[in-house]
Write a protein that binds this ligand. Structure first.
Ligand code: AVI
Length: 321
């Protein structure tokens, strides 16, 4: 019979602290709320739906790189970590991407980390039934604040897996901090990370403002999440989704824009918004490959390898040392 996952929940998910953080961002000028609030249980499902959209190329492009070069990537990773590493999956979501590496990597232990704990719990239980031979642990953690796991949970050199270009949702300084922490976590192993690359603005804007409106729903659902978390009274129909590419900063910016003047209340706070006023909800940075490698080197990695697709739209980087 399959083991139950050794499911841990860490202090990172402190709902009161999260609510205070969200409220503080709402009263800033301009208002800003961290993208981590996009991921309640429905938000995680909407993100999964985004990855299936025709316009959203990152997931399938990254998958095509693994399909074409997976054997080479995994053997290079094992060269850096040694056999049977621990596999630490940052932002694991439905755990599907990491599960595809179980065959070639044969990890002794799989540690899945995500802020959306309920979603992760379901996915990890199903995975443990399929792979009773791998020790599994789940960690509910907001690693945008700090990436640190309990001593002994990983145990030895690890392959830290951070796919999907989620690193793009961090600004330059937090990204560098997170990469440094990932290097520490790897403990002499390696980091396998996906990063989205610079490409024409029209491709990028369509990917973040799709025709079906799934990304709009994903962004707007943050208001429902804030209503629950804060006890706020956002009326979702009063807001619209905006996604723009800033070529100077090489990043997509997502906002929620008030369709008309409105006022929002929550216990202990309130905020008026003028028509057209925005809440900044996400950045998604796009890199030139050399710039991303420079960032990895700045984080302390010395041994870096890179694989891309034929169009050069997405990069998979393996970093050790
Ligand atoms: C999770 N992350 C890499 C996604 C991205 O592309 O930045 C989140 C997302 N936002 C809108 N669409 C997808």
């Amino acid at each position: 019979m399959a083991n139950a996952p050794d499911f841990l929940q860490l202090h990172g998910i402190d709902e009161r602290a999260l609510a205070a953080e969200a409220a503080a961002g709402l009263v800033e000028s301009p208002a800003r709320v961290s993208p981590k609030f996009l991921y309640d249980a429905l938000g995680s499902r909407l993100f999964d739906a985004i990855t299936e959209l025709a316009e959203y190329y990152p997931t399938r492009t990254e998958a095509s790189i693994f399909a074409a070069h997976g054997a080479e990537i995994c053997s290079a990773a094992l060269g850096m970590t040694g056999a049977a590493p621990a596999l630490v999956d940052l932002g694991a979501g439905n755990c599907a991407k990491a599960a595809r590496l179980f065959g070639p990597l044969r990890p002794r232990r799989y540690v899945a980390v995500d802020i959306s704990v309920d979603f992760l719990r379901e996915a990890l239980h199903a995975l443990q039934r399929e792979h009773p031979e791998i020790e599994m642990a789940g960690v509910g953690l907001d690693f945008s604040a700090r990436l640190q796991l309990p001593a002994g949970l990983v145990g030895g050199p690890a392959l830290v897996f951070f796919p999907g270009s989620s690193i793009g949702n961090f600004g330059p300084e937090p990204a560098l901090r997170l990469l440094r922490e990932a290097r520490e976590l790897a403990a002499g192993g390696a980091l396998l990370i996906g990063a989205d690359l610079v490409k024409p603005a029209a491709v990028l804007e369509a990917a973040y403002d799709d025709a079906l409106g799934v990304t709009a729903a994903f962004n707007l659902n943050m208001l429902e999440h804030l209503n629950r978390l804060l006890g706020a009274d956002f009326r979702v129909r009063e807001w619209r989704h905006v996604a723009l590419y800033d070529a100077r900063l090489s990043r997509i910016e997502m906002h929620l824009e008030a369709r008309a003047a409105t006022r929002v209340h929550w216990p202990g706070g309130e905020r008026s918004f003028l028509a057209g006023e925005r809440i900044h909800t996400e950045i998604s940075c796009k890199w030139r490959p050399e710039a991303f490698e420079a960032l990895l080197r700045e984080a302390g990695f010395a041994d870096i390898r890179r694989w891309t697709d034929p169009r050069g739209w997405f990069g998979v980087f393996l970093a050790g040392g």
